[in-house]
Ligand binder design. Structure first.
Ligand code: MV4
Length: 614
């Protein structure tokens, strides 16, 4: 095994990889940009190296800077995580040619699978079903028309270097061919530096099902079952689950074996994912992702196999120590991506500070993150701040547990898509497991998302926007919402009070020194929310009758009234000693004493009800 691994990534996946390293007794090296000096992955690593400015192209994507950090640290291997350099064959080759080991498939295997027509031809060779279409690039719009005649419209024109929906054009009739052919070429050139395109029959409403693979350098290839990632928004996965609710046992067996044959044909090693489209009980190869994926955790939860640990072991030359028959799918797991985005505003990235960050726990709940309360979430990188993975004995139980876990997830100070996830748990199509890849973009009613955000979005300190939608320091009205813990007759209530540009609530100190209920002004108003989170901040609200309460913590020196007695406004009911001073506790309105809750010598907490009147 390696003794020191450089993790060329940030965020939760960097931490995930470092945890696997620690489990194996391997030391960890982080790289970070100027924006990430205090980031979670840096805090966790044994040592960390700055690789450049915030802009990813100048830091996390800088081949030489990353490799140089590995050299300086004396690391013996590089784990790329996902995104950034993970699927860059050129970088993988540079690592292979350095004194470092690349923790991933060989640069050759990455290249074999990176070009889509090559990958399709390779899969056909291995008897893996592919979507009907070409296994060579097409050269002209005329050629596209001929192929479309053969399969029938619609067809998809795809960029050779494509993936993740970029460079994918759907053509529904002959007169659209010319334009879409040229657009696909242009996009291919722009995104992947490769203008080649090819053609497939277009499937209208498939499901996205992908198979997790592990392969070692001794010829062993195992599949760890499939995940269903059909719930996507503009090609971004939002919720993933294992196993797929869309497969029966027979299809599951066949798709898993097909994936194994495919990667064997590609001489593939390490972890990888074979993506398929599934429609009408048939499956079709799409592409291979030559990296660890965000959603690998769902597979880990149902198989009990640590995929990242095996990436390290396999790269170090170890042999997979389990047979295919040893892989058992036990129960169900669903992963919810916790993105800092405003679901009600077209999932626009949100920035801010994590004023509250209190993730759920308990049985069946796993949270992978690299943030903690107080962290700033800037807009420099991916909006995913955490993943919640819920597992249970079956899908039904998993959905119920998900409701529990998502409702426990407390995040304030920044918008996340937790409300969207809670909506999905009320959604018939999702609950039934019948959603396709079209569902989010084309079928779900936007208004339901707005309502979910309204209902479950976090209470927060907000500045109301002006009519023009802009808000600024000078003329935005401050609306401060404070949460109070209130006890009424010994029962605990949470009360949210909204304060609009009003003078702040009277301070306890202000009462005890006799008036001057706090100055007006924005400074005092802003300072309140922090105090409101304190456990001690208990006040009493008035019910039907008057409740006379202790205004501060102290000792009851004397009780001046008894039950049944009539008292007037301003009468003394108790004397409370606090901070070496005697304080008269007086009624505000007066009435008949119905309850005396304390006696001489008792101690009282601030907010405790002492006497109740009617
Ligand atoms: C398709 C398809 C239907 N038919 N190919 C989108 C991303 C890229 N990986 C491939 N994609 C698709 N290819 C054929 N022949 C539908 C999609 C597709 C899709 C696939 C998986 C998950 C979500 C999707 C959303 C829209 C379209």
């Amino acid at each position: 095994m390696f003794s020191k691994v450089l993790v060329a990534n940030r965020g939760e996946i960097a931490l995930r990889v470092m945890r696997a390293c620690r489990d194996l007794g391997v030391r960890t090296v982080a790289v970070y940009s100027d924006a990430d000096k205090h980031a979670g992955h840096v805090r966790y690593a044994d040592e960390a190296y700055n690789v450049g400015p915030a802009r990813a192209a100048d830091s996390y994507l800088d081949h030489e800077a990353v490799i140089e950090a590995g050299r300086k640290a004396g690391a013996d291997a590089v784990h790329p995580g996902y995104g950034f350099l993970a699927e860059n064959a050129e970088f993988a080759r540079k690592v292979e040619e350095s004194e470092l080991t690349w923790i991933g498939p060989s640069a050759d295997a990455m290249e074999r699978l990176g070009e889509k027509t090559k990958a399709r031809a390779l899969m056909q060779e291995a008897d893996v079903p592919v979507v009907p279409g070409t296994t060579e690039p097409v050269e002209s719009a005329e050629e596209v028309k001929q192929i479309a005649e053969e399969y029938g419209y619609p067809v998809a024109i795809k960029a050779e270097g494509g993936g993740g929906g970029r460079g994918l054009k759907v053509v529904r009739s002959e007169d659209e061919v010319e334009e879409q052919f040229e657009t696909a070429q242009r996009e291919g050139e722009a995104y992947f530096d490769n203008a080649s395109v090819y053609v497939e029959k277009y499937l209208e409403a498939p499901r996205h099902v992908e198979v997790q693979i592990l392969a070692d350098e001794h010829g062993n290839v195992r599949h760890l079952g499939e995940r269903d990632c059909s719930l996507q928004r503009r090609h971004q996965k939002v919720i993933e689950e294992a196993p797929s609710p869309a497969l029966d046992a027979d299809l599951r067996e066949r798709i898993g074996e097909a994936a194994r044959r495919g990667v064997r044909e590609a001489d593939y090693t390490n972890a990888g994912t074979v993506e398929f489209l599934v429609e009408d009980g048939e499956f079709y190869f799409m592409e291979v992702n030559t990296r660890i994926q965000v959603e690998h955790t769902a597979t880990e939860e149902v198989t009990g196999i640590d995929v990242v640990k095996w990436q390290l072991r396999v790269a170090a030359g170890d042999e997979l120590d389990f047979a295919q028959e040893d892989v058992e799918i036990d129960g169900h797991a669903i992963e919810y991506r916790i993105n800092a985005e405003d679901a009600a505003n077209d999932f626009a990235p949100a920035t801010g500070s994590l004023e509250t960050y209190d993730p759920p726990g308990g049985i069946g709940v796993r949270v992978d993150d690299a943030v903690r309360q107080g962290d700033e979430i800037g807009g420099d990188y991916d909006s995913m701040i955490a993943k919640l993975i819920v597992s249970a004995g079956d899908r039904e139980e998993c959905l119920a547990r998900s409701e529990r876990a998502l409702s426990e997830f407390e995040i304030e100070g920044i918008q996340t898509i937790v409300p969207f996830h809670r909506l999905m748990l009320t959604d018939e199509a999702f609950r039934a497991g019948e959603h396709t890849t079209k569902y989010l973009d084309e079928e779900l009613d936007r208004e339901r998302i707005d309502q979910a955000v309204e209902k479950w979005g976090s209470a927060d300190t907000v500045a109301t926007a002006d009519a023009d939608g802009e808000s600024d320091e000078t003329d935005a009205e401050e609306v401060t919402e404070r949460e109070f813990i209130v006890e009424v007759n010994g029962k605990r209530f949470e009360v949210n009070l909204e304060e609009r540009g009003a003078p702040p609530m009277p301070e306890v100190e202000a009462i005890s020194n006799g008036g001057g209920a706090g100055g007006q002004g924005a400074q005092a108003t802003r300072s309140r929310p922090e105090e409101a989170t304190s456990e001690d901040d208990e006040v009493v609200i008035e019910g039907e009758g008057e409740q006379v309460a202790a205004e501060m913590q102290g000792t009851i020196l004397s009780v001046e009234v008894e039950e049944g007695e009539e008292v007037a406004a301003g009468d003394v009911v108790c004397v409370l000693e606090a901070m070496k001073m005697e304080n008269d506790i007086v009624t505000e309105r007066g009435g008949t004493v119905t309850q005396v809750l304390v006696e001489e010598g008792d101690s009282a907490d601030m907010g405790d009800v002492l006497v109740v009147l009617e």
